[in-house]
Design a protein around this ligand. Sequence first.
Ligand SMILES: [Fe+2]
Length: 273
Amino acid sequence: MPELSAAEFWVGPRVTLALFGGVYNNYLALDVLLRDTYRRGAAGVYFLGDVGGFGPHPARSVERLRESAVRCMAGNYDVSVGNALADCGCGYTDPRDNHYAQISYDYTLDGTTEEHRRWLAALPTRITMMVGKHRVLLVHGSPRRINEFLWESTTPAAYIHHLCELYQVDLIVNTHTGIAFERRLADGRGLINVGAIGRPANNGRLTVEYVLLHLEDGQLHSERVALEYDHARLAAEMEGEGLPPEFVATIRTGWWTTCLEILPTRERRQGRF
Ligand SMILES: [Fe+2]
């Protein structure tokens, strides 16, 4: 796996950056996000990886990202599709999770052109940036592993402190789990999981989420943004593509029906299944 990196700098009295992850082929939510970040005056828009999986018509999301000014990173899905690997490398351990993950993956790989695979394979797997005086590290799962799941209930402050020390950063931003959370340490450092725009966050709402990072008078603060998109159209297109009804139900209800076994107890209890 390539361990590419890049460094960039944001300075000014006021800067807003948009951070999102997990498109999962939801090109309709991606369209809404691109308009929303422009309307809110985001100076930079960063995608933390996983273009494919779950939803319909894989090429549509890749095309949109390539044509946009979004700074893109690779998630585990993009490394797998880009290199035509056997599975998504999602990191599931339960057979039921892997069964559904494989259906998505085979569909996505089959619908991805060689040109798109080359583009995915060339994406960086981390980005380091200075936002004002704050050193920010963007990763997909964690700085240690592209498919590490950092859930709110199982990621103690001590672990975030350890990662910030190890990688010499003030803020780590990640995705991969599909459920957003933020934890700040007493010294101001911390971690923001931006969630995903590809499917709802297992909370019974039909919206999807991303994060705005504001630099104001030297201080960083975040804002979670819920996006409405044409979920009825996405669900109908998923049915048209023959994707599992379990996936379609999640889009229509806001509750996860698959890839549940990986959830820690607390996150699982917050869902319906
Ligand atoms: Fe992922």
